[in-house]
Design a protein around this ligand. Structure first.
Ligand code: ADP
Length: 549
């Protein structure tokens, strides 16, 4: 902002700029700045911490306009908190990047990052330079990740069990969520959805082929996976059939997907259209009628059974469609139109003249579903066996909050399954992987010379926070749990022992099938360490525009 800048000249005639009001800017610097950052991060983490794990608690968030969200998802909690502090905002972005890249582990990454910052604060107070700490943490993270990679199990080695494994991993991720009572149903939905759209050879999952749709009403158990696309629309005329099946002798329902409106083109006159007599009005009406008929003829000629249209049409056109036995849907959004095109392998047609048999989509049937007594309807475009896949996870629940949280939970477990399809290596959950890494890093600490050994030990302690928090949230003694796990892991040379959050009577996460994808865990370590370095490097916060008083 140069409005309060003045160009002046010094005694040698050299120009320089004076910027006024700099004194009004708030500044914090040096150690004080770092401490205040870390304290801010700590207060954010303390809110998030109690949500970690299967026994984690939910939060209720109330937006300024009174809308209520109930959630257990770290990224969602953080994104809705109105944080003033700049560093706290960085934590929000941290959980968002974990969410964008991996989709799960958004609570864990924040807990880990703030534990690292806590540890860093202690080292700073001991007089160690922040950059040295950051460097030490980087090295320690490398050791941790190497160990993590070494302790993975590849679950795709046994093809017949892979599916089962996906299911179990999906179930773990749902453990702490509102849907935990309907675990199996949601885990199955996640696995079926991902396997339906995945490209097995390329180990790729195109996420946009999976649509999440929710509707208030019914219960979570009534949620289902729909083979195809479901849209929040109904047929344009109440007398149209509620279900369209293939014509006799045909294998599928033919769908015309249109982006052109059923609307006559405006008569091409340069002048204003004045209608001064009944005849003229009649003429215009006839012109419109003819145009409608022409359009409908194009559709008929192509052989379509159903018309799906991006635009609306008026009663006149609607009536003609009904007369011509062409069930139609209007005002279908662009994104949905695309999904329908993918699902039915049809083309989106921009002009009636362009319609042809080849451009029509094909599906098994198109039908309306009605909900409860509300006469609330949606439309399903169901795919046949031969279609390329698009699936919709359709979630029911008794109120909007539950539906929304169930959607988020399902999204997380879809991500877990996708991650495993992409990289089938898993590590053990319940803090088991963190304990293994912590042991490795502290062993390595003894081999470090100089300052790094402090950083290594601190890093190991930060990793311990995860199993300790899980224990605490499950009503177990954190320190006792941690020491037991460590000694068990060391004695038996394995990384399967974690916190028995649900009180199943076993610490063996392999037996309990509590697994987390390796790439997710690795990303947590990388992102948390990176963020910590970033905050440690800040030594000046300049908040412009605010008065310092
Ligand atoms: P995030 O948002 O980070 O994924 P969650 O609340 O989903 O947080 O908790 C995930 C943590 O809980 C992971 O460390 C996972 O291993 C652990 N966990 C999940 N289910 C269980 C279980 N049944 N027993 C022990 N730990 C579990």
């Amino acid at each position: 902002d140069l409005s309060n800048a003045i160009v002046a000249q010094d005694e040698m005639g050299r120009p320089f700029i004076i910027v006024r009001d700099q004194g009004n800017k708030q500044r914090q610097h040096g150690l004080e700045a770092k401490k205040s950052h870390i304290l801010a991060a700590r207060s954010v983490a303390s809110i998030i911490k109690t949500s970690l794990g299967p026994r984690g608690l939910d939060k209720i968030l109330i937006s300024p306009d009174g809308e209520i969200t109930i959630t257990n998802d770290g990224a969602t909690i953080l994104s809705q908190m109105e944080l003033e502090n700049e560093v706290a905002k960085l934590l929000v972005q941290l959980s968002k990047s974990q969410d964008d890249e991996i989709g799960d582990g958004t609570t864990g990454v924040v807990v880990l990052a703030s534990a690292l910052l806590d540890q860093a604060l202690e080292l700073i107070e001991k007089g160690i330079h922040p950059i040295k700490i950051a460097n030490g943490f980087d090295e320690a993270a490398k050791v941790a990740i190497r160990k993590l990679e070494g302790s993975t199990d590849d679950v795709a080695l046994n093809k017949s069990e892979f599916h089962e494994y996906l299911f179990k991993a999906a179930k773990t991720s749902l453990g702490s969520k509102i849907v935990s009572k309907t675990h199996d149903k949601f885990a199955n939905m996640a696995v079926d959805a991902v396997t339906a759209v995945m490209d097995e050879e390329r180990k790729d999952v195109q996420f946009d082929l999976i649509k999440l749709e929710g509707r208030v009403g019914g219960s979570l158990e009534e949620s289902s996976l729909i083979n195809g696309v479901i849209i929040d629309k109904d047929f344009s005329h109440p007398q149209m059939p509620k279900q369209v099946l293939p014509k006799e002798g045909e294998t599928g329902v033919k769908v015309a997907i249109l982006t052109c409106p059923f609307e006559p083109p405006k008569p091409k006159t340069k002048h204003k259209l004045d209608i001064s007599s009944v005849e003229e009005y009649q003429k215009l009406q006839n012109y419109e009628q003819d145009k409608f008929k022409e359009m409908i003829q194009y559709v008929k000629d192509s052989g379509a059974d159903v018309v799906i249209c991006q635009w609306g049409f008026d009663d006149e056109a609607n009536h003609l469609l009904l007369q011509n036995k062409l069930p139609a849907v209007r005002w279908v959004g662009g994104q949905e139109l695309e999904l329908i095109a993918i699902a039915t392998e049809g083309r989106i047609v921009p002009r009636f003249q362009d319609l042809s048999k080849e451009k029509l989509g094909t599906c098994k049937r198109v039908y309306e579903v009605e909900f409860g007594t509300t006469r609330d309807r949606m439309l399903v475009v169901e795919q046949g066996a031969t279609n390329s896949k698009t699936v919709t996870c359709f979630i029911r629940g008794s109120n909007k909050m539950i539906v929304d949280e169930a959607k988020r939970a399902l999204h997380d477990s879809l991500c877990v399954v996708r991650n495993l399809v992409k990289d089938s290596r898993v590590v053990y959950g319940g803090g088991a992987a963190e304990v293994t890494m912590s042991i490795a890093v502290s062993e390595e600490a003894d081999r470090q010379k100089g300052i790094d050994q402090y950083a290594f030990r601190a890093f190991a302690q930060a990793l311990d926070t995860i199993p300790m928090t899980l224990a605490e949230n499950s009503g177990l003694d954190p320190i006792e749990t941690l020491t037991t796990l460590k000694s068990k892991q060391i004695k038996e040379h394995t990384s399967v022992f974690g916190v028995d959050c649900l009180g199943k009577g076993s610490n063996n996460m392999k037996e309990l099938f509590v697994v987390d994808p390796f790439i997710g865990k690795k990303q947590q370590i990388l992102l948390a360490t990176q963020l910590c370095r970033m905050i440690l490097k800040i030594d000046n916060v300049i908040i412009s525009g605010k008065d310092a008083y």
